[in-house]
Each structure stands twice: as C-alpha cells, then as structure tokens.
Write a protein that binds this ligand. Structure first.
Ligand code: SF4
Ligand code: SF4
Length: 161
C-alpha cells in the first residue's frame, strides 16, 4: 500500500562510501542541461568534447534517446576513479540519492532499496523538508534529448567560428 508520508518524521542516511551506487551493475546516470554544463566546466571541456568522450545515448520514454554518462566494462560509472572524479560537479541524479521519488514511494520500497545501500536507515537524520527538496530536484532534473544536445553543440560551434 502506498504511504508517501512514511518519512514525515525524516529518514536516516549517511553515505558509507561503499561505492555500490556508482557501479557494480548496469545502470544509467542521465544528464540534464544543468549537469552537462556543470561537468563541462569542471573538466574544462567543450560540450562536444565532453559528449564525445564521456557520454553515451540511452533509450528513454516514447522512443527518445537521452544523454547519459558512459559505463565501464565492469559496469562502474565512467567517472569513477577510485572515487567520483567529478564529485563537486556530480549530476543531480547522484547528489539527490537516495531521495528519489520512486524510492520514497512507500516504506517497503525504501527498505528494499536500503538492502543495496548501507548508508540508508543509519547516520544523519534528514528532515521531511530536506527530503522533499531533494526529491523535487530529482524530479525536475530532466535528461537532455539527443536533438537538444546536437543543438547545443551547433550553438557552441557557431559561437567559436
Ligand atoms: S550505496 Fe549508499 S553508502 Fe554506498 S556509496 Fe552509494 S550512497 Fe553511499
Ligand atoms: S558521476 Fe560520480 S557520483 Fe555519479 S555515479 Fe558517476 S562516479 Fe558515482
């Protein structure tokens, strides 16, 4: 049964830096416009360079292709280098974990997810407001579609030339 108020009194979470959520199994780290620009600035790369060297296209809803980070052969995130190599500029999908809307659907889902994350249900108490803020940031962080990225690259090239 859905109970979206189960975290009204907050939830405990402190990352134990076990790295499980940055790899180990296939997955996608989707990139929004904000994520892309923050990572390009962080790595001092143009959009074109960043997309060509650190991104791939992921299948999304309604047949869309969206921007996502590359993944290594062992399924680690492409930016994982014994720690997140872009921690300060990491995507919203990463910084809002584990306060993702579908993980907060009900207590059972939250507890099931906690089996893969030793940081959940322990450590710092996050308030309802903090959780809601992260949840909203996650929901609002829409991945960039392939056509949108191509347009950004076109604009960037026009600016340079
Ligand atoms: S799985 Fe949880 S504890 Fe491990 S690195 Fe990710 S957030 Fe931190
Ligand atoms: S961008 Fe950084 S925090 Fe996010 S999955 Fe990759 S290595 Fe982990």
């Amino acid at each position: 049964m859905k109970d979206n108020l189960f975290y009204k009194k907050g939830l405990n979470f402190s990352c134990k830096r076990c790295s499980f959520c940055c790899g180990h199994s296939p997955g996608f780290v989707y990139l929004s416009h904000r994520d892309l620009m923050a990572l390009c600035t962080f790595f001092h790369l143009s959009i074109k360079e960043f997309v060509e060297t650190k991104c791939r296209w992921a299948d999304y809803y309604y047949g869309a292709k969206v921007l996502a980070l590359t993944e290594k052969k062992n399924f680690d995130c492409g930016l994982w280098e014994n720690g997140c190599s872009a921690y300060e500029a990491r995507p919203i999908q990463c910084s809002t974990y584990p306060f993702w809307s579908w993980m907060l659907e009900d207590k059972q889902t939250w507890d099931d997810c906690a089996k893969d994350c030793p940081g959940m249900n322990s450590g710092r108490l996050w308030s309802f407001e903090e959780i809601e803020k992260n949840k909203k940031a996650y929901d609002d962080n829409i991945p960039l579609k392939k056509e949108e990225v191509e347009e950004l690259i076109r604009l960037e090239e026009n600016k340079i030339n």
